[in-house]
Design a protein around this ligand. Sequence first.
Ligand code: SF4
Length: 334
Amino acid sequence: MNKTDFGRHLRAWFRRHGRDLPWRRTRDPYAILVSEMMLQQTTVAAVVPYFERWMQRFPSAGALAAAEESKVLSLWQGLGYYRRARNLHAAAKKISVDLRGEVPRDYEGLRNLPGIGDYTAQAVRAFAFDQPVPVLDANVIRVVARLFDLRAPVDTAKGLGKVRAKLEELLPAQGGYEFVSAMMELGALVCRAGRPDCLLCPVKEFCAAKHPEKLPIKAPKATIKKRTELAAWVWDGEAVLLQQSTARRWVGLWRLPPLEGEPPAGPAAELTYSIVRERVTLRVHRTTKRSLMASAEPRKAFSLRELESIAIPSPHRRAIAKVLKDRFDHGSHR
Ligand code: SF4
């Protein structure tokens, strides 16, 4: 493949068709870092309003570093995977205290920030500092696997190594920002998962895929486990009792207190949510404070108004909303 011609076609297409996204209007490394942390495991459409609110509230690493953790988590609420918010907060502190407010430009420096893995480090180098480096997100992996008709599973080290090697062959000598953005955009808009729009593809003359809809190949999936979580609804007429988690997944967040043993009555709310390789059914049962098991985690009752400003894991917030909706719909005072 002639990489110069390939890059020329790709960039020309991107200039005409690339989406106007808020993090594409800036090269501020802090803003890029924020967007990349938010975009991990979350869609572009969901991230846009969060990114805009965040940048208004915390426009610099210094502003974020000076904020209380509860304010940071509260603004993150709804994006899920709160560890990203904590890591971003810790990274901002390190940048503003140890690095005099400068986001590192080099791979090692970026990897030394909390929560920055290979992908995010490379993305910041490309988008903030215009470095031509391999940024391997799901879109880029799919495009490369198809362009080169790669048959190794891309979720194995060997398969991903092949993708990286092929991508490195395509990288331009300079202009990482535009090249990487264009590859990602091609994957998002044309070379999509499932059935790609090959007729509209600006680089189809360079593509070796025979059955692109079957690529990329993935290793067989691990089975999803099912699990049930019981939680308590303790309501005194004005406030609901919550418990501050110390468990790794939700550390610092206020959740409905866990319920041990047999539930006292049928669930007041039930919903399901997914975490890595698990499908969890959350059942919320009405009970009293006295019937809860003792816990080292702090408990506190919050009024409806207070619930709006504290960080609550999304499934528990949804469960609270369900019980409250039911309470108001049926006029119950429990
Ligand atoms: S020709 Fe089709 S499969 Fe190949 S890169 Fe373009 S959209 Fe993807």
